[in-house]
Design a binder for this molecule. Sequence first.
Ligand SMILES: [Zn+2]
Length: 244
Amino acid sequence: MNKIIRCIECNALYVATPYDQTPEYVRDDMRDDVHRQYCSEYREAEKNDYQVFFHEHRGHALENLSVIENSFYSEGPYFDPHRILYFETTNGKETFLIKRWRRSVLEPVHYDVVPAKLEVLMTVDIQQSDLTKQLRHEMSEPSVTPEKLNRFIAILQDEARKIDPIRCAAEGIEVHEANIVFVPLAEDQIARILDKSRSIFTPEELTRLERFIRDNAEYNGVMTFLIKKSAVFHPENLKEPLAN
Ligand SMILES: [Zn+2]
C-alpha cells in the first residue's frame, strides 16, 4: 500500500501513488521518454490530486497513517472493478477504518475515513449442493444409495463444525470471491471421515469414496470446506455499502 496522509482537521485523506513524484526524479532530457512510456494524462491527474490536496489543507496539521496488516475486507468477485475495499490504518495511537471505492472505471479510486469499527464474522460450511451433485454422478456406477450419500454428507458437516474459522481462513485459498475462502482437507480430517464411513459403505464403495475424497479435497474441490466472511459495522446503524 502506498503512503497515506490524513488531514487531522478535516479528516480528509491523500493516498500517494508511485506516479505522484515521478517528474521530480526525472532529468529534463529524459522527460519525453517517460511521458511516452507512461500514460501522461493519467499521471498528470494524479499529480494534480497531490497538489490540490496540499493546497486545500495548507496550514493544517497532517499525519501519516500506516496500514494494519491483514485488515483488508471486501465482498464479491475479484474481477469487479467497483468492489469496495475496507482496511484499517493507524497513526500509532488511534485506528481509522478506510474505504476505497470508485464511481466508475473511468474515475480514479477514492479513499474515505469511515467513522466505524469493522468486525468480520466467519462461518464454516460444506459445499453441499455441488458435493451432492458430483457424488451422485461419480458414485452412480454401480449405484450407491442416496441414503448412504446423505449419511456421508452428515459426517462431513460434523467435521466442518470442528473447524476454527479464524485459524483456517489464514491457510485457505480465495478463488473468485473476496469473502469466500476454500479450505483443503488435511490428512487427519480425511482419516476421520473415512473411519466414520466404514460402517456405512461396503469395502468396494469405500475404496471409490476414498478416491473421490482425495480427488476433490484440494484447491476449491467439492470436498473442501468453505469459510464465508461477512462484515458488521459498529455502530450498527451506520449504513456502509459493501458493493457499489
Ligand atoms: Zn484539512
